[in-house]
Design a protein around this ligand. Structure first.
Ligand code: AMP
Ligand code: MG
Length: 439
């Protein structure tokens, strides 16, 4: 039996960072930059105004006050996206809108609020400046007032994003600000997903009494999607060597193969046999519950080595094992270096008894936040076939075998799977409204 940590290290030892691709900007959200990004120009490109107002020569406003306003001649108007063709000469001003470049000669902007500019918008059609209009300025403007300098956000040549950073919405925005329609990022892994078992039927088909729907494929594909990979659903293989081999054929151009079920000791657990024959596969018993039997290894396809994660069939085991091992593998392939999750301290609201366990027990919890503290309670029955124990959970807590019992009121560490309120995570209505078992 190997530890969860050791299993993870072995798996990560097999998977490699994928190559780069040129991705359309928006699709690259969540991907890792494959190169540094420098700015080819200044942002903003020109000195411009941060306010709607009047571009003036600061000296002309000296001494202006509500009692003794300065009057200037308005010689024109400029909006964002245009350039004023003339110059602001002494005693004049140019009406200017936020984002418009500062006209030559001006060195400050007086906001409308500090002038006799009427606050209400003029009627449609009367927007244009009347020639030789005058404006009264009620307050002195310091040189540079309300001017955003060229390059004050990003200077030409500046490195804006570093290779290796994960693209978030603000990063996508800055790439757009620099004119990128595409960006060079580490490719997303294609993950082939195969379910095995004679008892399985695909969703969308009628279900005979003695069969169950294949839920693992969907849960696993959803995790692949959530963590940035591209799932490829390859359907269900019957519990025969032939059937599984046929499916595997279609999986081997993927970046990773994930199978579920058929790795335990049963007579029909053919996954082992096929994998051992077709690839280089280890079968491990990992010291965790749920999710003890795990197959891991790789297939060879020409020069390529395709990692394979053989998950147990029980729905909770499959999902949890993927969270623990599949997610870091995907992250590594995507070029990410951090697969830690938020861990917080929470107060156990009920007794968690794991005295019968000889392995780390991953208890599924609902973590709630009340009066500045976090509380954790179990999501009901914790069998590895109880899929709803995952549905209702927003966290797990790992209880080592030597811990044996967690008492109500005890502080435990929980690993958040989803941040936010328990109410948002499918929790059965009334579950959280129930009287807490620990006040
Ligand atoms: P096995 O690992 O094949 O012994 O399967 C363990 C348990 O998981 C059995 O009860 C299976 O019916 C169930 N199981 C296996 N594959 C799936 C699946 N794709 N969806 C839902 N349950 C499954
Ligand atoms: Mg089976």
């Amino acid at each position: 039996m190997i530890s969860v940590e050791e299993a993870l290290q072995r798996i990560l030892g097999y998977v490699e960072v994928l190559g780069p691709e040129e991705a359309p900007l928006l699709r690259a959200l969540g991907q890792v930059l494959a190169e540094d990004v420098h700015s080819p120009f200044d942002v903003p490109p020109l000195d411009n105004t941060a306010m709607d107002g009047y571009a003036v020569r600061a000296v002309d406003t000296r001494g202006a006050s509500p009692d003794r306003p300065v009057e200037l001649e308005v010689v024109g108007e400029v909006a964002a996206g245009y350039v004023f063709p003339g110059e602001v000469l002494p005693g004049t001003a140019v009406r200017i809108m936020t984002g418009a470049p500062i006209p030559a000669g001006a060195d400050a902007v007086v906001p409308f609020e500090d002038t006799d500019e009427p606050f209400e918008a003029p009627p449609e059609g009367a927007r244009r400046l009347r020639r030789h209009q005058r404006v009264r300025v009620f307050r002195e403007a310091a040189p540079g007032a309300n001017i955003r300098r060229a390059g004050e956000d990003i200077a030409r040549g500046q490195r804006v994003l570093r290779a290796g950073s994960v693209l978030r919405p603000a990063d996508i925005a800055v790439l757009a600000a620099l004119g990128h329609a595409t960006v060079r990022v580490v490719r997303r892994p294609v993950v082939a997903i195969i379910s095995t078992g004679d008892e399985l039927v695909p969703v969308g088909r009628p279900k005979p009494e003695n069969k169950i729907y294949d839920s693992n494929a969907y849960g696993l594909a959803a995790l692949v999607l959530r963590y940035g990979g591209v799932p490829r659903l390859l359907g269900i293989a019957k519990d025969t060597v032939r059937a599984l081999k046929a499916r595997l054929e279609r999986a081997l151009d993927a970046d990773m193969v994930v199978t579920s079920a058929g790795v335990s000791r049963g007579y029909y657990d053919v996954v082992k046999e096929v994998l051992a024959r077709e690839g280089e596969v280890d079968f491990w018993t990992v010291a965790m519950k749920p999710g003890k039997p795990l197959a891991f290894g790789c297939f060879y396809r020409g020069e390529r080595r395709v990692p394979h994660l053989g998950l147990p069939g029980n729905p909770v085991s499959a999902l949890l094992a993927f969270e623990l091992f599949g997610r870091p593998a995907i992250f590594k392939m995507m070029g990410k270096r951090d697969w830690s999750r938020p861990r917080i301290r929470a107060i156990a609201e009920e007794r968690i008894d794991t005295r019968t366990e000889d392995r780390v027990f991953f208890a599924r919890c609902v973590v709630t936040h009340r009066d500045g503290r976090y509380y954790a309670r179990l999501t009901g029955p914790q069998g590895s076939g109880i899929l709803t124990s995952m549905v209702y959970a927003n966290a797990v807590t790992a209880i080592p075998p030597e811990k044996r019992v967690v008492e109500p009121g005890e502080e435990i560490e929980v690993i958040m799977l989803d941040w936010g309120h328990g109410e948002e995570w499918g929790t059965e209505p009334g579950f959280l409204a129930r009287e807490p078992r620990f006040p």
